[in-house]
Design a protein around this ligand. Structure first.
Ligand code: MF3
Ligand code: CO
Length: 262
């Protein structure tokens, strides 16, 4: 499958879509607290996307019923918003996608709810750092395997495991484009990365074993051993100036990526 190469003008259009997603996740971050339902988080996201003149890409995707995925605790990804109310000590993954002027943005965060255990806080921090390490590898001349290798190294060196069944992806006119981008595997393997490639990088990291299973609703992915799982995702363009994160504004994530150099 062909890996698309976008012009810098197209990348800037994708940045506009990315910033809609960033805005949604910022609002969700402010809203998350003990007692709020995941359905309410979905309403906030849906309102925010539509007010921006964008379309929620998840809603209706293969029959998916909501505008975000909400994945608490042992849920790895693709949790469906419902009447569950967040509790103090939970962690909650929120994944959002939007289409603006035909271009897709896709990003996810995992947030602590109130006071969380040391293990939960570390899992969140390590997963975020593993994504930063992967993003740093998204430069022309590297290979796709360099991304997964960097993610895996961060996660496993901290005693956590990398989910195998779900991977990152190309993104652009479609939410899921070629190539698939695993968060594990050998370095210096796979296709060469080129300027103009745009990737959704999304490590899912488990506190216990990496094995997962899908619940009977056909969507919710949980850890087999019931351990906690965290997920972070950014849409990232490969540019001559290095990786450009399209689903963020300001310096916070860029700082994190620089930090991952050490
Ligand atoms: N961000 C996820 C992905 O990249 C979620 C999409 S699944 C959906 O695959 F059904 F909710 F859209
Ligand atoms: Co994605």
């Amino acid at each position: 499958m062909r890996v698309e190469v976008r012009s810098s003008e197209e990348v800037q259009l994708m940045k506009r879509a990315g910033l809609v997603v960033y805005d949604v996740l910022s609002r969700i971050t402010d809203a998350v607290r003990p007692g709020i339902s995941t359905r309410r988080l979905d309403q906030i996201a849906d309102d925010c996307i539509r007010k921006a003149g964008a379309i929620p890409s998840f809603k209706g995707y293969r029959g998916y019923p909501a505008s975000v995925c909400t994945s608490p605790n042992e849920v790895v990804v693709h949790g469906i918003p419902d009447d569950y109310r967040l509790r103090d000590g939970d962690i909650i993954g929120v994944d959002c996608g939007a289409i603006l002027d035909g271009w897709h943005g896709d990003a996810a965060v995992t947030l602590p709810v109130g006071d969380v255990s040391d293990e939960a806080a570390e899992l969140i921090s390590v997963t975020r750092h593993s994504l930063a390490a992967g993003i740093r590898q998204a430069i022309e001349g590297n290979r796709l395997g360099d991304i997964g290798f960097a993610v895996q190294e961060v996660a496993e060196s901290c005693g956590f495991s990398v989910v195998r069944e779900y991977v990152g992806h190309g993104i652009g006119r479609e939410m899921h484009e070629a190539p698939q981008i695993p968060n594990y595997g050998p370095p210096d393997s796979g296709k060469r990365i080129k300027n103009g490639n745009v990737f959704a990088l999304e490590p899912m990291i488990n506190a216990g074993d990496f094995a997962t299973k899908v619940l009977d609703d056909g969507w919710t992915v949980v850890t087999r051993d019931g351990s906690l799982s965290a997920h972070f995702e950014h849409t990232v363009a490969v540019t001559p100036d290095g990786p450009e994160i399209l689903t963020v504004v300001g310096e916070t994530e860029a700082e994190l990526v620089r930090l991952a150099a050490n």
